[in-house]
Ligand binder design. Structure first.
Ligand SMILES: *Cc1c(COP(=O)(O)O)cnc(C)c1O
Length: 423
């Protein structure tokens, strides 16, 4: 559920008409709804009612400082995957003990930064990383709280680029090697084992892979406790999918996901940590764009819009579907005709959708991509020297630019000329 709805035939974000924002900030832009973020966080939190749990927002899904602030104010911790994300989380006011650090390639500099600043736990993904962390922590006179990320070898049944829980993926330590790895961890100085971590992929639309993975984690918990380890936290990762095509997708509800957690690991007396990204942010944002031209090709029509693959890469990268709707609601009964929706970038991959049935649209009309709040702005680039597009946050009847569009001058001044060139 979200708060992007038509009122009097015009798409609104909460209480603000989208064309009003477009007139003020220019297109294209990302538009986020405070009430939707809050609702998703609350729904997730309630789904875990009765469990000792904490929610860590996977901020790689949406790293805007205003978004981090609003989630932190609701009690969210952060799941970070780089020193940069850690710095942003801290700048957003998140305490170190509410941050977990994930990722396969943590560097020595990042380990130092995070140990100095304070951290709840490192989710360690390999033995070399574990040894490196032990060296860094010992050198600093610190103890690093650690979970080991295990790879449960389950098929998440999602897009190959976002499946992470099969043995062929680069993530985690194989289940078969987990007990040995924990034994080594227990002997290493500067390391304190606190639990187990697992994350099997993103945009999962089926609960069964979660059930399989969590069941394997429960069995491992028993085995590790029998080996004498203290397992008091289970980090179950993120990954719950959202409906991108509203007409025909109904991914599992957070309530049912919560029930799977209760049934598989609820009896272990562990603190449950989860790291949702997409579920919190995905449907809390839209991308607003303007039609530049309608071009009649040979046997097909192209709707050329001012947003492109550099602004929203998901269709090009993951073959992802986004519902695309006109900002002016067409009258009931308007005939739809198929169009290819494309951006101005010089690549055929800059295609958002092929043969999508849409009502008639003309130059200057606004369209909105739904479900663009996660893995949207964070993955944008300035390819084709197209400035990063602004981000706008709505709350009730107010809106604010929470990241401004850079000027051409900003873009140009980021590059510097070597001394041997004449300026
Ligand atoms: C990407 C990621 C998440 C968040 O995944 P979503 O599908 O956005 O919920 C959580 N944990 C880890 C380790 C991740 O890499």
């Amino acid at each position: 559920m979200d708060y992007f709805i038509y009122k009097n035939g015009v798409l609104h974000a909460e209480g603000v008409a989208v064309p009003e924002i477009a007139a003020s900030v220019g297109t294209p832009f990302y538009l986020y709804s405070t009430a939707t973020f809050e609702r998703h966080f609350t729904v997730f939190d309630e789904a875990l009612n009765g469990l000792d749990h904490k929610i860590f927002f996977a901020m790689k899904a949406n790293g805007n400082m205003a978004v981090l602030r609003l989630l932190a104010a609701m009690g969210a911790g952060m799941d970070v995957v780089s020193g940069g994300e850690y710095a942003k989380a801290r700048a957003a006011g998140v305490a170190g003990d509410m941050i977990v650090f994930s990722g396969v390639g943590k560097t020595v500099d990042e380990m130092r930064q995070v140990l100095a600043g304070g951290i709840r736990q490192f989710n360690v993904e390999s033995e070399p990383e574990l040894r490196q962390l032990s060296r860094v922590a010992t050198e600093m006179g610190k103890t690093a709280p650690v979970t080991l990320r295990v790879n449960p070898d389950v098929d998440a049944r999602t897009h190959a680029k976002i499946a992470t829980g099969k043995s062929e993926n680069k993530f985690g330590i194989p289940m078969s090697k987990a007990r040995e790895a924990y034994k080594k961890a227990a002997r290493l100085p500067g390391i304190e084992v606190v639990g187990i971590d697992v994350h099997i992929g993103s945009q999962l639309t089926d609960l069964e892979p979660f059930r399989q993975a969590f069941t394997r984690v429960a069995a491992l918990t028993g085995a590790l406790r029998a080996d004498g380890h203290t397992i008091r936290r289970l980090d179950l990762g993120g990954g719950l999918g959202i409906p991108y095509a509203r007409s025909n997708e109904a991914p599992p509800l957070p309530m049912d996901y919560g029930q799977v957690i209760r049934e598989t690991v609820g009896h272990l007396g562990c603190e449950i940590e989860i790291e949702p990204g997409r579920l919190i942010a995905g449907n809390a944002g839209i991308l607003v764009s303007k039609v530049i031209y309608l071009k009649h090709g040979e046997g097909r029509d192209f709707l050329i819009i001012d947003a492109a693959m550099n602004d929203l890469i998901r269709p090009a990268m993951y073959d992802a579907h986004h519902d695309i709707v006109p900002v002016q609601e067409p009258p009931a009964g308007t005939a739809l005709a198929p169009v290819d929706i494309v951006g101005p970038v010089c690549e055929s991959g800059d295609t958002f959708s092929k043969q999508r049935p849409l009502p008639p649209l003309k130059s200057g009309d606004l369209v909105a991509f739904r479900s663009a709040g996660a893995y949207g702005a964070v993955m944008a680039s300035e390819y084709n020297a197209r400035p990063l597009i602004p981000e706008v946050l709505v709350k009730g009847d107010q809106f604010a630019v929470v990241r401004a569009r850079p000027t051409y001058e900003d873009m140009i001044s980021r590059d510097t000329l070597p001394a041997w060139m004449e300026s």
